[in-house]
Design a binder for this molecule. Sequence first.
Ligand code: ATP
Length: 325
Amino acid sequence: MTLLEVRNLEVTYPGGAAAVRGVDLTLTAGRKLGVAGESGCGKSTLALALLRLLPAGTRVGGEVLLDGENVLTMRWGRVRAVRWAGASIVFQGAMHSLNAVHRVGDQIAEPILLHKKATTAAAARKRVGELLEHVGLPASRASAYPHELSGGQRQRVMIAMALACDPRLIIADEPTTALDVMIQAQILRLIEQLVTEQDLGLIMISHDLSVLADTCDRLAVMYAGRVVEEGPARQVYEDALHPYAKALSAAFPRIGDPASRFAPRGLPGDPPDPAVLPTGCAFHPRCPVALEACPVEDQVLRDAGRERRAACVHVGAPKDARSGT
Ligand SMILES: Nc1ncnc2c1ncn2[C@@H]1O[C@H](COP(=O)(O)OP(=O)(O)OP(=O)(O)O)[C@@H](O)[C@H]1O
C-alpha cells in the first residue's frame, strides 16, 4: 500500500532559492528509499517540506500525500498530530537535537504524553523503558543526560524518540554522518531492522551513495533541487544512467574494486546557486557529455526501463543524439 506520494513538490526560500523543483516520489510501507546528492542539492529541504517544518515565508507547491492526506493543505492542528504519530524525523548530530539540560527519558516521554500514547507519567516512563530496550539501550539510561552518552547511544535515543508515537514513516536525515564507521554500521542495521519489523516506510537522506545502496531498496539522486535519477538502489549505485549520478557513485571507493579505491573520480566545479540556476538542464555546465541542446532544454525524469527513470537527454533519446560534444 502506498504510504507516501510526493507530487511535483516545489520549495522556494524567501530570497528566491529554488531548493526543491518538481520532485515526485512514491514510497510503500516496509520499503526504504534513499535520497542522495551533494551538499546544497535540496535533500534536507525535501525532508523538512514533508512535515511542513520549513521557515515562515517559504513558498511550497505540489502535494505530499501521507496515507492519502495532503500534508501541505491540512490544518495546523492536524499537522501537529501527523508529526511524530504519522511520520517523524531523525536528524544528524543527536547532540544538537537533544536538549542538554533534560534527561533523555524525559525528552522521549514528551511526545508520548503530548500525543496521548500514555496518559500518566508512570505509563510514559514504562513506554520510554521499552523504547530504549527496543533500540538496544538499557531502560536505566532514561535517567542519563545527553552528555553522559556516546554519539552512537545518543543516536539510538533519537531513534527511540522517533518511534515513540508509532509513526508509519521515518525520515532519517544523515542519521549516521557524525558517527565512526563501526557505530555507523550498527545504527544502520538497527534502522533497517526496525523498518522491517514494524513495516514502516523509510526515507534515508545521505550524501553517501554507498551507505544508501547498502541500506535502501530504491535510490533517488538529487541535483539542484531536482531528482535526476531514480531506480533500484544497487543498479543506480553500480550502473547509473545520469552523468551526475555516475560521477557521484564514482566518487565513492568500492569494496572489492582496488582501482576505484585509488582513483575516485571527482566532479569539477560546484553545484549551482539555487537562486540563480543555469538555463536548460541545471547540470550542463559540469556535464562531461553535454550536447548543444542541454543549455536550452530542461530535462524531466523519463522512463528508462527496468523500473528506472532519469532526467537526461541521453536517456530514452534517439541513438543519433547520443554523441557528446
Ligand atoms: N532557510 C533558508 N533560507 C534560504 N536558503 C536556504 C535555507 N535553507 C537552505 N537553503 C538553501 O537551499 C539549498 C538546499 O539546501 P539543503 O539544506 O536542503 O541542501 P542539502 O542537500 O540538504 O545540503 P546538506 O547536505 O549540506 O545538508 C541550499 O542552496 C541552501 O543554501
